[in-house]
Design a protein. Structure first.
Length: 218
């Protein structure tokens, strides 16, 4: 499997070239174009219960599309932003809604990250991707990698994209309830350990908070 990512980081497009028999799984609706030689199969990955769990808790589509080569297939997320390729040899954790495509042998599950509160609207349920292969994740804004070497890092939940195995985390409020309500900050990830944390430079919730007051009221 060969791939390239073009038009980064604002309007990224992922193109994958599959050899005969090679396959890629992708989020439903992510396909932009494909060669007529590509065979498409749609199924509930992990069975009905597994697909329902990812859909309800993980923010992903109930169905996943399997594209089998030979040929090219292009993917893009539904919003402007970046796409990054990550080689997985074990486990990778990602924010719900970040998944765009992965090698066929990558298993995707949902991991509970902590109780939701009325303050945080971003997903607290994380996608757990495990196996050996390549995972493609998308973001709103550009993606930046921050490497930790037995260090700690605090990231707003709306800006977290993914983190590698070896990183531990907790989810908490910034400050007390009063500062949370009036500072514009909410829930954060507190990471510690050794590995990589991937963040996005923009937040969908932040964009909505900016644009909603400017919309005409009926």
């Amino acid at each position: 499997m060969e791939y390239k990512i073009e038009h980064r980081p604002s309007f990224s497009l992922l193109e994958i070239n599959l050899r005969d028999g090679e396959a890629i799984q992708a989020e439903a609706g992510a396909m932009v174009y494909m060669d007529p030689t590509i065979k498409l199969e749609t199924k509930a990955r992990g069975g009905i219960l597994g697909a329902l769990k990812r859909s309800v808790l993980g923010g992903e589509s109930f169905f996943v599309n399997i594209f089998r080569g030979p040929g090219r297939v292009g993917f893009a997320p539904g919003y402007p932003g970046d796409i990054v390729a990550m080689e997985v040899n074990g486990k990778l954790y990602a924010q719900s809604g970040a998944f765009i495509a992965a090698s066929e042998n990558i298993d995707i599950d949902v991991k509970f990250g902590g109780a939701k509160t009325f303050i945080g609207r971003e997903g607290i349920f994380l996608l757990e991707m495990k196996g050996h292969g390549t995972v493609f994740l998308s973001s709103y804004g550009a993606i930046q990698k921050i490497s930790l070497n037995n260090e700690s890092l605090i990231v707003d939940t709306g800006h977290m994209v993914a983190f590698t195995e070896g990183i531990n985390f907790t989810i908490k409020r910034v400050g007390g309830l009063k500062s949370t309500l009036f500072s514009g900050e909410g829930l954060v990830f507190e990471f510690s350990g050794t590995g990589d944390v991937y963040i996005q430079t923009r937040s969908l919730d932040g964009f909505l908070s900016w644009i909603l007051p400017h919309l005409p009221k009926s």
